[in-house]
Design a protein around this ligand. Structure first.
Ligand SMILES: [Zn+2]
Length: 382
């Protein structure tokens, strides 16, 4: 029988070429699960900020409340799996070595309330599989868990998730943040134990080896969560015909548009209203104000071209779009990319290949824009 190198087997697994036999999931180590979620969602989460991911974890934990109140076990299991999936994705994004860290935290220095006899650590060895971790954590906290209802455990997990959001907001040290992620994992396992569920099993039931929504081994946002909302920004030199072309095309391709009507950025309230619109969008279309913008009164036609000060806001908008939506989902149009804001963006972000298109007139703009929209549609209909 042909012997294959273990590295090759591992690589094939991580590429998803070798399907995991169903019975094998119980053998997956915590690291294996982390790698699995890294493969399924890593590409998608590249586009997300840590804040966004933590807010999603908050949502997932909150989503446990109703089924727990209703004691609806058919929903509790999948919800616990979702929490685990976000913990893994977060650990993957932050490059946290979750198993070593959890062992460091709970294996060696486990916090225990006073008055409780300490279980001897010598009776444990470092857990490997998720099931072993669940047993380990529940054994470690067996005394506390006797007094703990699942609802109490959920409240405690919510507290830790809230703390994590606060630590991230305050830019706390990575040690504090990673330790909190390990604590949330411990609550995830405790909750499963209190509800007599095997976390590995419920996670496998929902995620197996793929994203449960798009069924792909590598989740693709474009298909999994189709884009529907478009942030639109017009420059001061944008003509009515150009505005019409953009809004009409976006509409015909099924987009809801959010047009930023903030004329300039004069204060932080303007800033947050622009940011609010951007964060509610999936894609963005920015028509840069491009020369020749306005004829400055009294200046000779040959004088250097300048644009309105208010157009500087488009630099901020573009940067906010790039960081919130990822550069691939931001379409920028300019009448002349060698001058003004277009040239600036090319120079500043050129290496990251933002999509900046140069158009001659409204008809040309329409053709270019609709080509972008058709590409999104193709992905949608795959
Ligand atoms: Zn998906």
């Amino acid at each position: 029988m042909e012997r294959r190198s273990p590295i090759l087997v591992m690589l094939e697994r991580s590429m998803g070429r070798e399907a995991q036999p169903r019975s094998d999931f119980s053998q997956l180590s915590l690291d294996d699960w982390l790698a699995k979620f890294g493969r399924i969602y890593g590409k998608r989460h590249d586009k997300h900020t840590t804040e966004y991911m933590i807010s999603r974890l908050v949502e997932e934990v909150a989503e446990l409340v109703s089924p727990m109140e209703a004691q609806d076990r058919s929903t509790i299991g999948p919800s616990l799996a979702d929490v685990f999936s976000w913990i893994c994705s977060l650990a993957y994004k932050l490059k946290i070595d979750l198993s070593s860290l959890a062992w460091e935290k709970y294996g060696k220095n486990a916090p225990r309330p006073r008055g409780f006899p300490e279980p001897s650590i010598s009776e444990f060895s470092q857990p490997r599989t998720l099931h072993e971790w669940q047993q380990f954590i529940s054994k470690l906290y067996q005394n506390e868990n006797q007094r703990l209802t699942p609802m109490n455990a959920l409240v405690a997990m919510m507290k830790d998730v809230g703390d994590l959001a606060m630590l991230q907001r305050k830019r706390a040290s990575s040690e504090l943040i990673t330790s909190k992620v390990a604590a949330i994992l411990a609550w995830n396992l405790t909750l499963a134990e209190l509800l007599h569920l095997d976390l590995a099993e419920v996670v496998f039931e929902k995620y197996d080896d793929h994203c449960p929504v798009c069924k792909q081994q590598v989740c693709d946002t474009d298909i999994c969560h189709p884009f529907v909302t478009m942030y639109v920004s017009f420059g001061s030199s944008t003509t009515d015909e150009e505005k019409y072309v953009v809004l009409d095309s976006a509409n015909r391709f099924g987009f809801r548009t959010l047009v930023d009507t903030t004329p300039e950025l004069n204060n932080t309230r303007d800033l947050s209203s622009s940011l609010d619109l951007i964060s509610r969008s999936d894609v963005a279309c920015i028509l840069l104000s491009t020369p020749p913008p306005i004829q400055i009164q009294g200046s000779a036609p040959s004088s250097p071209i300048s644009w309105l000060e208010s157009d500087y806001r488009q630099i901020f908008e573009t940067m906010a779009c790039f960081s919130t939506l990822s550069k691939g989902n931001v379409w920028i149009f300019t009448r002349d990319e060698t001058k003004g804001l277009g040239a600036y963006l090319r120079k500043t972000f050129g290496a990251e290949q933002p999509m900046i298109f140069q158009y001659q007139d409204a008809g040309h703009l329409k053709a270019l824009f609709e080509k972008c929209l058709e590409e999104v549609n193709e992905k949608r209909n795959k």
